[in-house]
Design a protein around this ligand. Sequence first.
Ligand SMILES: CC(C)(COP(=O)(O)OP(=O)(O)OC[C@H]1O[C@@H](n2cnc3c(N)ncnc32)[C@H](O)[C@@H]1OP(=O)(O)O)[C@@H](O)C(=O)NCCC(=O)NCCS
Length: 166
Amino acid sequence: MAVTIKKVSSDTELREVAALADKIWHECFTDIISIDQIDYMVEKFQSYKAMTKQLIEQDYSYYAVREDEELCGYIGVKPEKDDRFFLSKLYLRSDKRGRGIASLMLKKVFDEAERYGKTRVYLTVNKHNDHAIEVYKKTGFVIVDEAVTDIGSGYVMDDYIFEYEL
Ligand SMILES: CC(C)(COP(=O)(O)OP(=O)(O)OC[C@H]1O[C@@H](n2cnc3c(N)ncnc32)[C@H](O)[C@@H]1OP(=O)(O)O)[C@@H](O)C(=O)NCCC(=O)NCCS
């Protein structure tokens, strides 16, 4: 397998990532949150429009994960003003999981955080997202807090906050 992880640098590529996000979110979160909430969150956070705004106004970067040129996952990150690097999104299509690609993705996140001079990477994960939680723990992330975040329209995110010391 030839896996590449490269920064999204064109509008066309961002649209491709948005389409993949829609697919993965509907495939992986149906056991955890309602379809209505998934639709709402995809539109609010992962649509082409939302991601364009994040790139322009919030200092986000997205990375496209490809195996043999085919887009199969993506990463979203953002440097904070303090010493932390926010891992906002880590998503891999279900048929590509369990094959070592996630570890390459996390390594890319740590490399980027170091490039920015950061000393900690943090993320939020739904308390019922058991597999992702295991992956983060195995990688060396530890739970530092919890957060219930109101995201509007009556929906909340009920998350653990994990942190990794670089
Ligand atoms: C989260 C996600 C990117 C992880 O990718 P994955 O391919 O499923 O991860 P893997 O199974 O390769 O596991 C990654 C590492 O954790 C380890 N791991 C996985 N499950 C484990 C468990 N139950 N206990 C201990 N270690 C475990 C694996 O051995 C692997 O380590 P290795 O590469 O050194 O062998 C992927 O599952 C995904 O996209 N899920 C849906 C979206 C999502 O929930 N994203 C996170 C939102 S916060």
